[in-house]
Design a protein around this ligand. Sequence first.
Ligand SMILES: [Zn+2]
Ligand SMILES: [Zn+2]
Length: 95
Amino acid sequence: MVVRSSSKNGHQSAHMSDYCLQCSTRIFGEDFKELAGITTLEEWAQERACIVLCEGCGPIQVDPEGRCVSSDCFCGHGGEKVKVQRLFHADPEEK
Ligand SMILES: [Zn+2]
Ligand SMILES: [Zn+2]
């Protein structure tokens, strides 16, 4: 029987589903802030918001608190007047 050889990182995160503020509140009755802090306050102040994946909403943009602000969210969260530029946080190298 072979055991996983490299346990260098020993960190096996069973990636849990992420939910935006609204979905988290609706499903769990509590905001777990799973998507909070991805969009920074600076970015948000510049009307930019990161694209994240909410298990409930799909690919959405969130504000610094993890609130879904996407007008094209499946659940219709973002609503009318939120217009933020899309911001990808793909590369960690970027500061
Ligand atoms: Zn959501
Ligand atoms: Zn949403």
